[in-house]
Design a protein around this ligand. Structure first.
Ligand code: UGA
Length: 436
């Protein structure tokens, strides 16, 4: 058993639960605290709040061997000496990140303990936050109890457990080397680079990494738009540029754009951090604009083919923001669905892991004229077109002939470039991908 006792705040969120379960698997006694009593009760009965490959097994194992414990009582963190803050930092209407949950978490920890601990910020926070939190603790006479450390997270949803065990790098921002090494020493597999630096650098690294990934996707989507005009094929172009090791093949898949709870939020937050210091983030603003255009483009393609969308029936494949997750938060599917509804279309939706808006944590009333079905073929049945929004692997094996027969008009708009246009053509399906 390892000596450091770990606490997690936001213990039932995506980052918190993966972090807590994997640290417990490593041998640390871990207490995962979440203020959401219902979620804590549910996990105590074995129900995880979301799906993540490999997570359930790790949680079950570590709960059983007593290393992982869940609680809705912050007092249970009193005995822990290193607490990860894994709460949300959602976008405010201005694009700025709302850090109120991070402040509340740090204050709650500090007010509920006598002995000292490290509060390690995993949440993505604007540059300067750890310094301001330190001042906040000082102003409130709490600095003896809590020292801030920044340790940004790079896990991806859908491969979070695997990413935990195979990190590309460990970044720790702290004021003291001793504290930084304590955090870095928790888990740094051999050969994985560790950067120990200032709070500010650590905070910037996280934002810059997500903004770069988002910009890379927008870059390829911009080239895809040109491909459509001049008869290019973005899949070949993307492969051709990705083979250059200075570019690499990752995040070069053109499509309906990036979405989910992180990339867009962090890009907006970084843009607002530029604004705060009187600068304009031209490249990043363009990346955001291009992403918006990608969402509109699939709607335009439907309009071009069907004329008006009023009264048209459109089948949609995929609600989650990407495959291998049941997360719909900030998914591109939502604004696209809203737009299609506003244009008068009636929608039939399929997603392998989501069966209703309610299950996705959304208000059913906000989405009238949407019918959920349990098979992709049912989503095509009697529809005027099919729109693919999430690249679920099972969609790749669909019987295209059957899809064609189910559709009234053989039209497929594919926001994920999942199929071979020639195969579609041979089946007499009008197939419109992105940049092909
Ligand atoms: C992202 C980062 O990749 C993680 O490193 C980071 O830790 C995480 O945000 C976070 O800040 O918490 P995530 O949002 O889970 O992870 O998912 P990604 O795999 O990055 O995908 C984001 C979006 O980009 C998805 O909508 C995906 O479909 C889209 N995408 C990705 C593309 O459109 N094209 C690509 O080539 C790759």
């Amino acid at each position: 058993m390892k000596n450091t006792k770990i606490g997690i705040v936001g213990g039932l969120g995506h980052i918190g639960l993966i972090q807590g379960a994997c640290l417990a698997e490593l041998g640390y006694l871990t207490v995962a605290y979440d203020y959401n009593v219902k979620k804590v009760e549910e996990i105590l009965q074995g129900k995880l709040p979301f799906f993540e490959p490999g997570l359930e097994e790790t949680v079950n194992k570590t709960v059983k061997n007593g290393r992982l414990r869940f609680t809705a009582n912050v007092k249970d963190l009193e005995e822990t000496d290193l607490i990860f803050i894994c709460v949300g930092t959602p976008s405010l209407p201005s694009g700025e990140a709302d850090t109120s949950q991070v402040y509340a978490a740090v204050e709650e920890i500090a007010r509920n303990r006598e002995n000292h601990c490290l509060a390690v910020v995993k949440s993505t926070v604007p540059v300067g936050t750890n310094r301001k939190l330190t001042e906040f603790l000082k102003d409130n006479g709490l600095s003896e109890r809590v020292t801030m450390v920044s340790n940004p997270e790079f896990l991806r949803e859908g491969s979070g457990v695997n990413d935990f065990w195979n990190p590309s790098r460990i970044i720790v921002g702290a004021q003291s080397k001793e504290h930084a090494e304590k955090v870095a020493g928790l888990y740094s597999p051999p050969g994985v680079p560790v950067i120990i630096t200032s709070w500010e650098n650590a905070e910037l690294i996280k934002h810059a990494a997500n903004a770069f990934l988002a910009s890379k996707i927008s870059f390829i989507n911009e080239i895809a738009a040109l491909c459509e005009k001049v008869g290019g094929d973005i899949r070949v172009v993307s492969r051709g540029i990705g083979l250059d090791p200075r570019i690499n093949p990752y995040f070069l898949e053109a499509g309906v754009g990036f979405s989910g709870p992180c990339l867009e939020k962090d890009l907006k937050s970084l843009i607002s951090q530029f604004q705060k210091v009187g600068e304009k983030a031209k490249l990043l603003e363009s990346a955001l604009e291009i992403n918006e255009r990608q969402r509109n483009a699939v709607v335009h393609k439907l309009q071009e083919q069907l004329g008006t969308l009023k009264g048209r029936r459109i089948g949609i494949l995929g609600m989650a923001f990407k495959a291998e997750t049941d997360d719909v938060r900030d998914s591109h599917s939502l604004p696209i669905i809203r737009k299609l509804l506003a244009l008068g279309a009636a929608l039939t939706v399929h997603d392998p892991w989501i069966q209703s808006f309610q299950q996705a944590g959304l208000d059913e009333g906000e989405f009238p004229e949407v019918r959920w079905v349990t098979s992709p073929y049912k989503a095509a049945e009697g529809q005027d077109a099919l729109l693919i929004l999430t690249a679920w692997p099972e969609y790749r094996n669909l019987d295209l002939q059957r899809l064609r027969e189910a559709l009234v008009y053989p039209l497929i708009v594919d926001g994920r470039n999942m199929f071979d246009p020639q195969e579609m053509q041979a089946l007499n399906i009008k197939y419109l991908g992105v940049g092909i």
